[in-house]
Structures are given as structure tokens and as C-alpha cells.
Design a protein around this ligand. Structure first.
Ligand SMILES: *[C@@H]1O[C@H](CO)[C@@H](O)[C@H](O)[C@H]1NC(C)=O
Ligand SMILES: *[C@@H]1O[C@H](CO)[C@@H](O)[C@H](O)[C@H]1NC(C)=O
Ligand SMILES: *[C@@H]1O[C@H](CO)[C@@H](O)[C@H](O)[C@H]1NC(C)=O
Ligand SMILES: *[C@@H]1O[C@H](CO)[C@@H](O)[C@H](O)[C@H]1NC(C)=O
Ligand SMILES: [Zn+2]
Length: 469
């Protein structure tokens, strides 16, 4: 049945007249017809690839991002840097002569780390590389001096709950995968506070480390005391674990000046190429413009934001105008729980039936391998045909499941979603750290990512029918 799309919608009634009466307005097309339609985009795809990878637009997304990242720097929600970044993009999208360039107001959390440090006092003086976690409370002005208890898991913490009272919990959890291990960052403080700890330090959720702390969001729970929490380097977490194993007493002085301010006004940044035939129907490409307050946010998610812009630039430069509207959205507030995207969904969900596909790139723009896709089996078969158009650069895979905080609301409510799959092997070396700079980005890899993004969005936006749900 795989190759006969929508065949189940062909209902014949009544059975006993012998004369089939078709329900519905139009004859569902066979998969063969759709395949043929998509194959007809081979030249369009080739033109996009040529322009992005070999032609005039070569390295453009990288070069645009380099100017942006070097000029604006990191873009924490609520910061003047993020405000400057949004203004910069608003002008840049206008100068690129995209259509309906506008800002959609939303509110985002506003947290600042302030002055902070951690010093080991015993068994020796040692400055601990640390970064407070997003939403953490401050320590008292003089800081906290306390003995350390090192655990490798929540289980161990619960087993040794009595020992943890009044101490600083250091989590030295092994890195398994981001998805699996990140709960120590997001819930470490809550679990430590439940057993009476005065602060928690989390081994950074990183696959590789040169003494770099990797920050990120964490969440408190109602009715659990809010204790200060920060991440430390893999090296320091392992050292303290070795010391503890030897029975050595460890004392740490932790000082954090973190502050949470009232929510701050911010904007999702939007631009379009308005559809020629179904302007109300939308293919959405996206990345987030906000970042952490360290590095330059070049990888997370400058790369995703700039290949999304590039997708529209490539389509426009070729003089193409797909039947549906191509819309780029540069989200704000992603790192603070996806608040920009959540408000976007609330505002626009009344038009959910007109959202053809929502796409997000937020897992690096390294060498691409394909697309993660969330949608029906029929839609997935169509996406496989679309991806076959990328044969010239050998990026044809369709994997099960799209990932993206900012498109999740739409996917959970039935809109097909896609995310870029790329070589993640180094992503968590740099993630949420001072190491997230332009040095991580590669122009040739970004060209390939931009080509994938442009071909997929352009073809889906121009097909006769929206993707089946
Ligand atoms: C694009 O970047 C690559 C890698 O840095 C470089 O070799 C190439 O010359 C650049 N192309 C253009 C047109 O600047
Ligand atoms: C550690 O540093 C503090 C202040 O910098 C100093 O007072 C103390 O003597 C040092 N301790 C050791 C063991 O060197
Ligand atoms: C919903 O779509 C209609 C038709 O395109 C448009 O006029 C309206 O502004 C849209 N509503 C929102 C909230 O975007
Ligand atoms: C094409 O990509 C596949 C999967 O990523 C890889 O195994 C293969 O070696 C690539 N082929 C070429 C010619 O690069
Ligand atoms: Zn991100």
C-alpha cells in the first residue's frame, strides 16, 4: 500500500448498486504521479545546489554569519546584545529585499549571571572554571563555603541523602548522550535541595572538554528550596571525584551574583517570499537568534538561523516564487525554554491548517547527512522523493523524527516537521560554552546545509498539494 497514497480515502458507496460513487472532491493522486511531479524539480534543485555550493552564493551564509557573530556577540534573552542582534537582522532581511520583513513582539525571561566564581579551598587552593546555570539564584553576597559531596547519579545522591545535608553536591555523571545526561543540569539543583544541600555543581554535559564549563537552562520546582547551581568542567568534576574516593575532605567557596529580572520584551524576526498561488499557505524554515551569554552563539544557533535566511535568499536570487509562502522565522527565547516559539504558536495556531511543514535547524550546520522528519508515512514517502533531489551532493537520507524546541508545538498538533541532520560528532564539544564561535563553522559545510534547506523548502512550497497529515 506504500505506493498508493491516500487509497484508503477512496470509499465506494453503496456496495450493492454496483455503481461506485466516489466521496470527496478530487481524485487522490497515486504515488507514481507525485513521484513524477517531484522528479520534475530536478533542474530547480540542481540550480539551487549550483548557486549555493559552486556559484555566486558560495560561502554567503558563513560570511554573513561571521559579520553578525563578530559584531553582535552572544545574545542572551533580555540582553541589549540580543536586542541589537534582532535590529541587525531586521535591517539585513530588508536589505536583502525579502518580503513582509517584520518583528513579532513576545516576552522572554531575563536572567543575568552577574559576578561569579568557585574556588577550592581544601585540599588545595584551586580556581574552578564554572558558569552559573540559567535561572539560578545567587549565593549570599559573601558566597557559600561548604564541604563537597561527589555523586555520579541521582540514585547515589538518594542513597547518601543523609551525608548531603549542608553540603555542596558535585555531580560527576558520565556523559551518555545529551538527551540522557542533560537531566543532571536541568534537575540537579532540585534533587540536591530535596536532600538539604546548600548548592550544586554539575559536571558539564559535554562529550569532550578542555577545561570548559557548558552552561544551560535549569528548572526549580515549587515547594523545593531554590539553591544556587552552576556547571563546572569535566576535569574538575573528575578530580573532585578522585579526591573524594581517596577520602580527602574537599571545601569549596562558591559565589554567584545571578539575578532574575521581570520578563523582557523581545521579538521573533520574520521575512517571507509570498506564495504565487496559495499565499496563505506556509512553509516555515527557522533557527533561533538568541544564544547563551558565552562565546558568540555562532553554532547554537547562528548557523541554523543563517542557513534559514540563506534558503530564502537562494530562492529569490534564482527568481523563483513557489506557490506557497516561504517564511523564515528567527526565534527568540529558545534557550530559556522556547518562549518565543510558544507565543508564536499561540498567536498563529488559528491558521494551523495552512501550515504545510515547519522546519528547524538547531543541531549544528556541520556536514549534513539528511533530514529528520515527523509526519505520516505517506508524507515521509514524499519527503524521501524530495530528498532524492539532493543526490548531486549526496544528502538524501530521511530519518524518523524531527527535533526542534521551536517547531515542537506544531508537530505535536499534527503539522509535518523537519530538522537538519548533520555530523554531530563535535557539536557537544562547543555547545553552550566559550568555544561556540565562528572558528567552529565551516563555509563549505554551511553551503551544503543551505542547499538542503533551500531545496526542501522550495519544492515542498511549490508542489501541487500540501503534505498529507
Ligand atoms: C569558500 O570557502 C572555502 C573554504 O574556506 C574557500 O576555499 C573558498 O575559496 C571560498 N570561496 C569563495 C568564492 O570565496
Ligand atoms: C589559599 O588562598 C588563600 C587566599 O588566597 C590563602 O589565604 C591561603 O593561605 C591559601 N591556602 C593554601 C593552602 O595555600
Ligand atoms: C491567518 O491567515 C489569514 C489568511 O492568510 C491572515 O489574514 C491572518 O492574518 C492569519 N492570522 C494570523 C494570526 O497570522
Ligand atoms: C554518500 O553518503 C553516504 C551516507 O552518508 C556515505 O556512506 C557515502 O560514502 C557517500 N558517498 C559519497 C560518494 O560521498
Ligand atoms: Zn539551540
Amino acid at each position: 500500500m506504500k505506493h498508493l497514497l491516500l487509497i484508503c480515502l477512496e470509499a465506494f458507496l453503496p456496495w450493492d448498486t454496483g455503481k461506485p460513487v466516489r466521496r470527496g472532491l478530487s481524485y487522490p493522486r497515486t504515488f507514481e504521479a507525485i513521484k513524477k511531479e517531484i522528479a520534475g524539480y530536478r533542474d530547480v534543485a540542481k540550480a539551487i545546489i549550483d548557486l549555493a555550493v559552486h556559484g555566486k552564493a558560495q560561502n554567503r551564509s558563513y560570511e554573513r554569519l561571521a559579520v553578525f557573530a563578530d559584531t553582535i556577540g552572544p545574545r542572551l534573552s533580555g540582553s541589549t546584545n540580543l536586542e541589537a542582534g534582532i535590529k541587525y537582522m531586521f535591517s539585513a532581511l530588508q536589505e536583502d529585499r525579502l518580503e513582509n520583513v517584520h518583528l513579532e513582539p513576545v516576552t522572554v525571561p531575563h536572567w543575568e549571571r552577574g559576578e561569579e566564581f568557585a574556588v577550592m579551598l581544601q585540599p588545595r587552593n584551586h580556581s574552578i572554571a564554572m558558569l552559573g546555570l540559567g535561572s539560578s539564584v545567587a549565593t549570599p553576597p559573601e558566597g557559600i563555603v561548604a564541604e563537597v559531596i561527589v555523586v555520579t547519579s541521582f540514585d547515589e545522591l538518594h542513597r547518601r541523602a543523609k551525608e548531603a545535608k549542608g553540603k555542596i553536591v558535585v555531580y560527576n555523571e558520565p556523559f551518555i548522550s545529551y538527551g540522557e545526561t542533560v537531566r543532571y543540569r536541568s534537575q540537579g539543583a532540585v534533587e540536591a535541595a530535596k536532600v538539604g544541600a546548600v548548592a550544586s555543581l554539575i559536571r558539564s554535559v559535554a562529550a569532550f572538554s578542555i577545561h570548559s564549563p557548558h552552561t544551560g537552562w535549569q528548572s526549580y520546582q515549587p515547594a523545593v528550596p531554590r539553591i544556587p547551581t552552576a556547571c563546572i568542567s569535566v576535569e574538575d568534576a573528575e578530580m573532585m571525584a578522585r579526591m573524594a574516593l581517596r577520602g580527602t575532605k574537599i571545601m569549596v567557596h562558591l559565589k554567584m551574583g545571578a539575578k532574575t529580572y521581570p520578563d523582557s520584551p523581545s521579538f521573533n524576526t520574520v521575512a517571507e517570499i509570498v506564495g504565487s498561488k496559495y499565499p496563505e499557505q506556509v512553509v516555515l524554515v527557522s533557527g533561533h537568534l538568541d544564544s547563551w551569554d558565552v562565546g558568540q552563539g555562532a553554532m547554537d544557533d547562528g548557523g541554523g538561523a543563517f542557513i534559514s535566511w540563506e534558503a530564502l535568499s537562494l530562492v529569490k536570487d534564482l527568481g523563483l516564487r513557489p506557490k506557497r509562502t516561504l517564511r523564515v522565522v528567527l526565534w527568540t527565547g529558545e534557550e530559556q525554554g522556547g518562549t518565543g516559539a510558544q507565543q508564536y504558536y499561540q498567536l498563529h495556531k488559528e491558521n494551523i491548517s495552512n501550515f504545510d511543514i515547519v522546519m528547524e535547524s538547531d543541531a549544528g550546520t556541520f556536514r549534513p547527512s539528511g533530514l529528520g522528519f515527523t509526519g505520516s508515512a505517506e508524507a515521509q514517502d514524499i519527503m524521501k522523493e524530495v530528498m532524492a533531489l539532493l543526490q548531486p551532493i549526496n544528502v538524501t537520507a530521511v530519518y524518523d523524527g524531527a527535533d526542534g524546541t521551536d517547531i515542537d508545538y506544531w508537530m505535536r498538533n499534527g503539522v509535518p516537521g523537519a530538522s537538519l541532520y548533520d555530523d554531530l560528532s563535535k557539536y557537544f564539544w562547543f555547545h553552550h560554552s566559550e568555544g561556540d564561535t565562528m572558528t567552529v563553522q565551516d563555509p563549505k559545510e554551511m553551503n551544503l546545509c543551505a542547499a538542503v534547506w533551500a531545496v526542501v523548502s522550495c519544492v515542498v512550497a511549490d508542489m501541487e498539494e500540501m503534505l498529507p497529515r
